[in-house]
Design a protein around this ligand. Structure first.
Ligand code: G16
Length: 542
């Protein structure tokens, strides 16, 4: 029986950088989830007769939310919901399934790298038929529907059990429960040289993959250990837990410090990697050699042709604006296009769909390609492994080669988390107002060449996105970017992105914080971060 439940609009259901993320108690309190799901359905023109993919990263409330969404999809007339067994699907696997099955879209339950649990974070996002995050236009349509919502539709019987594989009916809708890993693993086997990877592991190559108690555990176990022969136990923290083991499933040196400790110890494995809550981010670390996401993108762009899936070369590359310009130098050398987009994977979709970019990446630990329309953590790990198998060099050797050839874009991001929202907004507003006055000023050894606010006109569909970050360029190639995060759930997070190009062969192996010291000083001088936020230092440095 379909129930039509009267409701009232809830303020603030506005998708951010990647879907709607809120504190778990907010999402749990009915009808918060119900309203938002109905707004998604309405915002995409209804789901009557449509096929949807559904799954999440297994965080607290995932299972209950899946049940609600199934009942609402059935009541709204969806023809079929393809659900990961147990309600689990990594974000890239969901993107693949949407494309593979020709689905009309998918709902992915995740707050990505944000912690999970009853008092932590929850999130929900809609991906379209291309497998990618909803465009700005669709996101705005969904938001508009949240504001005018008067009722939602829900099936009043229970949702079918999704712990086993197979098909069941909910009203007239088919609920198809699939293995979340199988199709994804097959896709990886098509892109990468699994024989070469098996030979690498058979030669004694040692790996540690930290799944951070999140969704990639089952994927990494299946692919790295079972199919490729990495030693059992190479994948650690492999069981997805509703609270990610109390951790923060964000693969960076701060939150993945256990992996960093292992990789910087004397008996370190050859290669270390981690992924995040929903499996789209990655961290790469060699023996005593952390690879920044921006550098990782540049190396992958340079050497992707060593994997069978990219043997024909790349059509182009794309990076988000705050990502370092390291990949630009590779693109220039290869004579391929390099696009600069706003932060958010959704901005890569049109370029990938139009065949103008093959590889994309972001400083926020996201790398991916045209195989799906999301960033893909395990894919990045496999591409690195394929390159290591083909070159038989270490990560440190590859990085040294890369910097010697292209120079090194020293890079760091300083995050000031949960600062007072008004103070953060005032900092940005005042800096925005000061931009026209900055050119020509000197701060220590740095002279400001120009300053602007980044705006983007999509070269494929012409969509405009303004106010995407404040940029300050210095003579000699250093750059500062200020923007507020669009993924936080409390206060505001100020992100300061710091970059400096170094081409002197004797200066390529410095500590990034030291190499960036003049840029760090300039950031404080220009924005007055400490005075405005009350923070003497960043909460997280990546
Ligand atoms: C999301 C987006 C990314 C973005 C990142 C950080 O990643 O998909 O494109 O770079 O957030 O965004 P912000 O700086 O606005 O917090 P994820 O992994 O959280 O889905």
């Amino acid at each position: 029986m379909i129930q039509i439940v009267p409701t009232t609009a809830i303020e603030g259901q506005k998708p951010g950088t990647s879907g709607l993320r809120k504190k778990t108690p907010v999402f749990i309190r009915a009808p918060y989830l119900q309203n938002y799901v109905q707004a998604i359905f309405d915002g995409i023109g209804g789901v009557q007769g449509k096929v949807l993919v559904l799954g999440g990263d297994g965080r607290y409330f995932n299972d209950t939310a899946i049940g609600v969404i199934l009942r609402m999809a059935a009541a709204n007339g969806a023809a079929r919901c393809i659900v990961g067994q147990g309600g689990l699907l990594s974000t890239p696997a969901a993107s693949n399934l949407i494309r593979l099955r020709g689905a009309d879209g998918g709902l992915i339950l995740s707050a990505s790298h944000n912690p999970g649990g009853p008092d932590a974070d929850f999130g929900l996002k809609f991906n379209g038929a291309n497998g990618g995050p909803a465009s700005e236009t669709v996101s705005e349509a969904i938001h508009a529907c949240t504001a005018s919502l008067r009722e939602y539709r829900i099936w009043d019987g229970p949702a079918p059990d999704i712990t086993g594989l197979g098909e069941a009916y909910l009203g007239a809708m088919v609920v198809e429960v699939i293995d979340p890993v199988a199709d994804y693993a097959e896709m990886m086997a098509r892109i990468f040289d699994f024989d070469a990877l098996r030979a690498l592991f058979a030669s004694g190559f040692r790996l540690r993959f930290d799944a951070m108690h999140a969704i990639t555990g089952p994927y990494a176990r299946e692919i790295l250990e079972r199919r490729l022969g990495a030693a059992p136990g190479s994948v650690v923290n492999a069981t997805p837990l509703p609270d990610f083991g109390g951790g923060h499933p964000d693969p960076n040196p701060i939150w993945a410090h256990a992996l960093m400790d292992t990789m910087y110890a004397t008996d370190a494995p050859d290669f270390g990697a981690a992924s995040d809550g929903d499996g789209d981010r990655n961290m790469i670390v060699g023996r005593s050699c952390y690879v920044s996401p921006s550098d990782s993108l540049a190396v992958l762009a340079d050497l992707a042709h060593l994997a069978p899936g990219y043997a024909g070369g790349l059509k182009g590359v794309a990076r988000s604006m705050p990502t370092s310009c390291a990949v630009d130098r590779v693109a220039e050398a290869k004579g391929i296009a390099c696009f600069e987009t706003p932060t958010g994977w959704k901005f890569f979709g049109t370029l990938l769909d139009a065949g103008r970019a093959t590889l994309c990446g972001e400083e926020s630990a996201g790398t991916g390609s045209d195989h799906v329309r999301e960033k893909d953590g395990l894919w990045a790990v496999l591409l690195w492994l394929n390159i290591l198998a083909a070159t038989r060099k270490s990560v440190a050797e590859l990085m040294a080669d890369h910097w010697a050839r292209y120079g090194r874009n020293y890079y760091s991001r300083h995050d000031y988390e949960e600062v007072d929202a008004e103070a953060a907004q005032a900092l940005i507003a005042d800096l925005r107002a000061a931009l026209p006055t900055l050119a020509g000023q000197s701060i220590g050894p740095l002279k400001i060449a120009r300053a602007d606010e980044f705006a983007y006109d999509d070269p494929v569909d012409g969509a405009h996105a303004g106010a995407q970050g404040l940029r300050i360029f210095f003579d000699g190639g250093a750059r500062l970017v200020f923007r507020l995060s669009g993924t936080g759930t409390a206060g505001a997070t100020l992100r300061v992105y710091l970059e400096r190009l170094e081409t002197d062969p004797d200066q390529l192996h410095l500590d990034p914080q030291e190499a960036l010291a003049p840029v760090i000083t300039a950031a404080e001088a220009i924005a007055g971060i400490t005075a405005r936020t009350g923070r003497a230092k960043p909460d997280v440095i990546t």
